[in-house]
Design a protein around this ligand. Structure first.
Ligand code: PEP
Ligand code: MG
Length: 549
């Protein structure tokens, strides 16, 4: 089972197809003679125009996001910046094929350094390059094959022009090795309504023709699963999807017990996408993901701008901004990480601020500035809190900036002393991904240990229960923002334990809300009680399913 980032929910089982690659186009090593340069420039210009025209034609024959994506790619194909860079090289004697490669490489480098949305446009530019190279070389345009049977399209990343023309009856799911939730692959998959998982580790090794089960809610691709079980999973998901599509929020059990259903986001674009779901707010804004490509710390103003986008998207609603969770699997270049033997147990999350208090201060200033500009009152929380002292210091710093402080419960020590932590902060949010990792002493990145890091582990749920009890005693909200909240059945158990909000990837929001709406609070409580009496994750799941019906 390969893991990635879930983008569009749904489950499909079908054979893999892969897009055709551009055959290697040889560089003509020789310099172009002076006299031949105008002709070479004209050949290049004609090729670029032909590619742009074809993209525009396809835009005209498409609708909605597909049309917009194709039109945007056509515009990029005619962008003076990269065309000029290629023309300059041709004027200096570089053959058109090499000039195109070099000019595109120059802009790919620039976009990658800029990070964020610009970096996600790299695939678009490379797609244009391949089309222009094919045109220059008299080769057919590269792209997606038309399969004979419904298939799962797997690729390193998909170019917009490929995905925009897809027929959802033939391409029933998408999975890519690269890409983010705002990549064009994701945008088009959402429009087509086909399950999609991006950033799938190990997908490159899955050959065309292999049967895979793509789960766009869980973010997994299972290679060669049991055929009968796969068919059942597809049927069950279709049934759930029909129900989820009709769920409009707000989050509540069938008998009206409210549990806010919130979204996890990592930037403005993701927040705007989340706004299209019935999510009632943002329960986790992972700010560190905005800066993974940055060499230097963003200024307070830059941070305010970026955070403001998320606050704007959910103006008038709850937004919980998490301060930088740098370190371990998410190192930030500007956080000054040292080499550590065990980075998951090292200087990550709030611990960064111990040696570098300015980084937290400037982030809180950025969040406060974004709040002032947008007229919103975001909550802020610190990751990786282990002691009440850390919670106290963080709360004081946040309050100095006029922000409402809370902390994440991700370390067993924090769950065990949640009552003492709650003396300092206004809310808790349980990160079940790390709580499972640290409770079970099992690396969350290790596929071999996935059974141990399963959030259904009763030991993990016992710590969740303890944390929630402390919150109830203090009269303060306790949410869950780890992946546990994205599992509709487990979400009901969490509601039964008493959590006040559930925050999950946007794609999971309708499924969680719809499932909760089918069960009563008593059923959730029975499920929670049953789960806490089990000894294994499998028993816990079975006990919950039995109690929830
Ligand atoms: C978690 O640990 O559950 C969590 C939500 O934080 P992250 O996944 O970003 O570490
Ligand atoms: Mg975490």
């Amino acid at each position: 089972m390969l893991r990635g980032v879930p983008v569009v929910p749904g489950v499909q089982y079908a054979p893999v197809v892969r897009p055709g690659r551009l055959p290697v186009v040889e560089d003509t090593a020789a310099e172009i003679a002076d006299a031949d340069r105008p002709a070479e420039a004209a050949r290049f210009s004609a090729a670029a125009t032909a590619v742009a025209t074809r993209l525009r034609d396809r835009a005209a024959h498409s609708t909605g996001a597909a049309s917009e994506v194709l039109a945007a790619t056509a515009t990029l194909a005619q962008d003076r910046a990269w065309l000029g860079a290629a023309e300059k090289r041709i004027a200096g004697g570089t053959p058109a094929v090499r000039a195109v490669r070099e000019a595109v490489a120059q802009f790919v480098d620039l976009f990658t350094k800029m990070g964020g949305l610009m970096a996600e446009r790299v695939t678009d530019l490379q797609d244009i390059r391949d089309r222009v190279l094919a045109e220059l070389s008299g080769l057919p345009e590269p792209g997606v094959p038309l399969p004979m049977v419904p298939s799962v399209l797997c690729a390193e990343d998909l170019a917009p022009a490929d995905t925009a023309g897809l027929d959802p009856t033939l391409i029933v799911a998408l999975a890519t090795t690269l890409g983010g939730p705002t990549s064009h692959t994701a945008i088009i998959a959402r429009q087509l309504g086909i399950p999609c998982v991006v950033a799938v580790d190990g997908l490159d090794a899955v050959p065309a023709g292999a049967f895979v089960l793509v789960d766009g809610t869980a973010g997994t691709v299972t290679v060669g699963p049991d055929e009968v079980a796969a068919a059942e999973a597809v049927a069950a998901a279709r049934h759930e999807a029909e129900r989820a599509a009709h769920w409009a929020g707000p989050g509540a059990t069938a008998d009206g017990h409210a549990v806010a259903i919130l979204a996890n986001v990592q930037d403005g674009a993701a927040a705007r996408a989340a706004r299209e779901t019935p999510a009632e707010g943002v329960g986790l804004f992972r700010t560190e993901l905005c800066f993974l490509n940055r060499d230097t710390e963003p200024t307070v103003d830059e941070q305010a701008e970026i955070y403001g986008e998320v606050l704007d998207a959910f103006a008038g609603h709850k937004v919980v901004v998490r301060t930088l969770d740098a370190g371990s699997d998410k190192p930030l270049k500007f956080a000054g990480h040292r080499d550590e033997a065990n980075p998951a147990l090292g200087v990550r999350g709030i611990r960064i601020a111990h040696g570098n208090p300015g980084i937290l201060e400037r982030q809180l200033a950025g969040i406060a500035a974004a709040a002032a500009r947008t007229g919103t009152r975001p909550w802020v929380m610190a990751p990786m809190i282990a002691t009440a002292g850390e919670a106290k210091d963080f709360a004081a710093a946040a309050r100095r900036h006029g922000l409402t402080p809370g902390v994440m419960i991700e370390v067993p020590a924090a769950a065990l002393l949640a009552d003492r932590i709650l003396e300092h902060v206004d809310f808790l949010s349980i990160g079940t991904n790390d709580l499972a990792q640290y409770t079970m002493a099992a690396d969350r990145m290790s596929a071999d240990l996935a059974l141990l890091t399963d959030p259904w582990q009763p030991a993990v749920l016992a710590l969740v229960a303890m944390t929630v009890r402390a919150g109830a005693a203090a009269g303060k909200p306790v949410g869950v923002c780890g992946e546990a909240a994205a599992d509709p059945t487990l979400a009901c158990v969490l509601a039964g334990l008493g959590v006040t909000s559930l925050s999950a990837a946007s794609a999971a929001v309708p499924g969680v809300g719809a499932r909760l709406a089918q069960v009563t609070l008593q059923q959730c409580r029975d499920a929670a009680e049953a789960v806490l009496a089990t000894a294994t994750a499998a028993e816990a799941r079975a006990a919950a399913l039995a109690a929830l019906g």
